[in-house]
Write a new protein. Structure first.
Length: 197
């Protein structure tokens, strides 16, 4: 088990790779954000045209790399064999208190319903639970975001609770689902192989 951070590169299989973001990824991520705005805007408050600029992504990546070095946030660019550029971004955030870490993610709309998010979340869940100080991974999503909630469900996460939350994006209901996966436990492990988002 690692006592610091997860590996900088994770192979999710089927040509899907998660690797620590680099400054050189700024243009590819900006392009992917720009092409994904209509897909992301209903659920992600940050999904604005300003985030589709390479300079904005360079600034964000610099901050995320510093956060990685500090051990607070671990952000990955997701690539796919045979596809130019970046197909999504995944991250682990230490904002839940001792023993827990939160996973967040988005995938380019051309790559949804192809198992990319599920494969990437699976390998990142394993990496997170491999950290010595983490025994619980959480995924938070709005109750109406069916695509996002499909990922933890397929990976054996348990719906722990639904909480009232601030509405920060147009399609949100203000009810957040808190999905939990604990070390050594997958409540629906039999579903993990199903294709999907």
């Amino acid at each position: 088990m690692s006592t610091t951070g997860p590996p900088e590169r994770l192979d999710a299989g089927d040509g899907i790779v998660l690797r620590r973001e680099q400054e050189a990824d700024a243009e590819a991520i900006a392009a992917a954000v720009g092409e994904s705005l209509d897909h992301l805007r209903p659920w992600m408050p940050w999904a604005q045209p300003s985030e589709a600029r390479a300079e904005a992504q360079r600034e964000r990546i610099a901050a995320s790399r510093q956060a990685w070095d500090e051990g607070s946030i671990f952000t990955y660019a997701v690539t796919r064999q045979g596809v130019a550029g970046v197909v999504g971004v995944f991250g682990l955030h230490r904002r839940l208190g001792p023993g827990a870490i939160e996973m967040g993610y988005w995938v380019h709309p051309r790559h949804v319903n192809q198992g990319v998010a599920t494969a990437a979340a699976r390998v990142l869940t394993e990496a997170a639970l491999g950290l010595a100080d983490v025994d619980r991974v959480e995924i938070h999503c709005d109750e109406a975001n069916l695509a996002s909630q499909a990922v933890p469900r397929k990976l054996g996460y348990r719906l722990d609770r639904i909480e009232d939350d601030e509405v920060t994006a147009p399609a949100e209901t203000g009810r957040s689902m808190i999905w939990v996966r604990q070390a050594g436990r997958a409540d629906q492990a039999g579903e993990a192989g199903r294709p999907g988002w």
